[in-house]
Design a protein around this ligand. Structure first.
Ligand code: PEP
Length: 251
């Protein structure tokens, strides 16, 4: 079901102590009374349980940043969807541009990860986005269409209803070059039209589509005010409690 979500991706940042300091500030800072969105925190894996303990006393959910494409077994260093489910995680990021770029994750690996997560009732937060060169060439819509078709449109309608989408133009991630609100709206509307075309209007209207890429406390309100922007996937600004709380209050 479509809802407003603000998700924080901490990436590979913070020691255990720093992470605990941040999450305790967040746990105290969020108040159900003013929140018009669901909040998800995606810390590094070693901190998932600690952050989940704080979540129990607060209003946010917890997500992982990655999952193995394989089931359990001899895959040294990997973390399975079953493991994430056994600590009751609700969300997991998949297809992030950093994983596509630095770990060569392909659309078919991303598709396998999504299948593993859905097997265990975890909502994938599926990231897609074009690089600068692709936007300059004007092929951003083709790029997004292809990423979605190859990793998501293999799902049936029921399976797809568990997906949270995140449009993250790669040129905006960590660069301070936020997409203009109208650029975000244009792409989100396009993504929704692809979903309507492939499934139906109801499915498209029920899909949550987040924006990610240098979203911060100053620009979140303008971005989230667009019809097809249902919240944000936040990197850098999720590492500061005050900023992340302000973003969550931007609806
Ligand atoms: C991200 O990496 O998903 C992201 C949106 O990062 P940032 O907010 O730092 O651009």
């Amino acid at each position: 079901m479509r809802k407003n979500i603000v998700a924080g991706n901490w990436k590979m940042n913070k020691t255990f102590e720093e992470a605990e300091e941040l999450v305790s500030k967040l746990a105290n800072g969020f108040d159900k009374k003013y929140l018009k969105c669901e909040v998800v925190i995606c810390p590094p894996s070693p901190y998932l349980e600690m952050v989940s303990d704080y979540a129990e006393e607060s209003v946010f959910d917890v997500g992982a940043q990655n999952v193995s494409e394989y089931e359990n077994g001899a895959y040294t260093g990997e973390i399975s969807a079953e493991m994430l489910s056994s600590i009751e995680l609700e969300y997991c990021i998949v297809g992030h541009s950093e994983r596509r770029k630095y770990f060569n994750e392909s659309n078919s690996q991303i598709s396998a990860k999504i299948d593993r997560l859905l097997d265990f009732g975890i909502h994938p937060i599926f990231c897609c986005g074009e690089v600068l060169n692709e936007r300059e060439k004007g092929i951003q819509f083709d790029v997004i269409k292809s990423q979605i078709a190859k990793s998501l449109f293999l799902l049936n309608k029921d399976e797809f209803s568990n997906i949270v989408m995140a449009y993250e133009p790669v040129w905006a991630i960590g660069t301070g070059k936020t997409a203009k609100p109208e650029q975000a709206q244009e792409m989100h509307a396009f993504i929704r039209s692809l979903i309507a075309e492939h499934y139906d209007n109801e499915t498209a209207n029920n899909t949550t589509i987040l924006y990610g890429g240098s979203c911060n406390a100053k620009n979140a309100h303008e971005l989230f005010a667009n019809n097809d922007v249902d919240g944000g996937l936040i990197g850098g600004a999720s590492l500061k409690a005050q900023d992340f709380i302000a973003i969550a209050k931007s609806f």
